[in-house]
Design a binder for this molecule. Structure first.
Ligand code: TXA
Ligand code: MG
Length: 335
């Protein structure tokens, strides 16, 4: 199959209207989308990803009003969207329009991506567009066009070329269905921000320890996510520096964290002296939790491509950006 790779939103909106599958960048990660109005097209997304059928998709909208037209938004939902959208927040809402995919659920996950280009595309396509992250099921989400092309060129009907993801981890998911609002997946919009509008927000322990529960909070939480093939080791700063100093020569190991620079052993400087950390795909230097999140999945991907077997990840810094990043690192380390 020939894949239409283009930045022409009109051409790619036509594909969605024809019931085709299109990959697009969002501010979080790449999505693989189809019209929420076409069950057949959405089912093809599952087939391409190898995604379990009981894990529903997020519907991507271009505006708050278009969400209110098909879901029970309510005052709280509207206030949350007005505060955090367009942006990396997904809400689970009661569904008014029962014809939308998935038909057998009376709730719908909704979100408005940040990029104006993507929103224009959604509007032109007649929206909404259902999309999980664009990766094979069980693999980390993708954040680089080059990785998307490697997996999906000639597999999907179209790829929208627009600004690459910058946040790097998937959206924060909050359920407004049921007795109490509940955080289902942490992300860049942090619980302390949400609590200002949702003082009764439930924040369950969302690490893998709780994932064997009989009734998962969200269908997605019972599946493995975010983990590369390589083993991920979440290391304290001391362990991280120690492992780097003693094992940097091993081609089967890789490091991502803050403390590479300034802790290079002399032998490193001699052997790797002409290279900055960015030149070697086994070393990834980060400068903030946000920078860490934006580089994480692409680093996992490149480690797997080069046959690395263990990846040392330094713990995130306490404070802003820690919550979502720590969640993904803990999941990856426990997979
Ligand atoms: O940032 C993101 O959210 C990206 C971009 C492409 O928008 N998408 C993404 O989709 O991460 P996905 O499918 O990988 O994750 C969606 C999560 C899953 O854990 C799924 O179970 C949950 O949202 N979800 C979707 N619909 C739901 C519903 N009706 N009730 C509860 N959870 C739902
Ligand atoms: Mg996903």
């Amino acid at each position: 199959m020939k894949t239409l790779i283009s930045s022409d939103v009109r051409l790619l909106a036509n594909l969605i209207q024809e019931g085709k599958v299109v990959i697009f960048p969002t501010e979080t990660v790449y999505g693989i989308g189809a019209s929420t109005k076409s069950e057949l097209a959405c089912l093809r997304v599952y087939e391409i990803k190898g995604r379990p059928k009981d894990n529903p998709l997020i519907a991507h909208f271009h505006s708050i009003e278009s969400i209110a037209a098909v879901c029970e938004l309510g005052e709280v939902g509207r206030a949350l969207l007005e505060r955090f959208s367009p942006g990396p927040l997904t809400l689970i809402l009661p569904k008014k329009d029962k014809s939308l995919f998935p038909k057998d659920l009376d709730t719908l996950a909704v979100r408005i991506p940040k990029s104006p280009v993507v929103r224009e595309w959604i509007e032109l396509s007649g929206g909404p567009i259902s999309a999980p992250s664009a990766n094979l099921s069980g693999r980390p989400s993708l954040t680089k066009l080059s990785d998307v092309l490697r997996y999906f060129d000639r597999v999907v009907d179209g790829i929208l070329v627009a600004e690459e993801p910058s946040f790097g981890i998937e959206s924060t998911v909050v359920s407004l269905v049921g007795m109490h609002p509940t955080l289902l997946r942490p992300g860049s919009i942090e619980s302390r921000e949400l609590l200002k509008l949702l003082p009764d927000l439930r924040i369950p322990e969302l690490t893998s320890k709780n994932e064997n529960q009989a009734v998962p909070l969200s269908p997605g939480t019972k599946y493995k996510h975010y983990a590369p093939t390589a083993r991920v080791i979440l290391a304290s700063t001391e362990e991280f520096i120690e492992s780097f100093k003693t094992m940097f020569q091993s081609k089967s190991m890789a490091w991502i964290g803050y403390s590479l620079k300034g802790n290079e052993p002399d032998a490193f400087k001699e052997g790797f002296g002409k290279q900055s950390f960015g030149d070697d795909d086994r070393f990834c230097l980060v400068s903030s939790n946000e920078d860490y999140a934006s580089k994480l999945y692409a680093f996992f991907e490149s480690c797997d491509m080069s046959g690395v077997q263990s990846i040392f990840c330094e713990v995130p810094k306490p404070g802003f950006g820690e919550e979502g990043l720590r969640n993904r690192l803990e999941k990856a380390a426990s997979a």
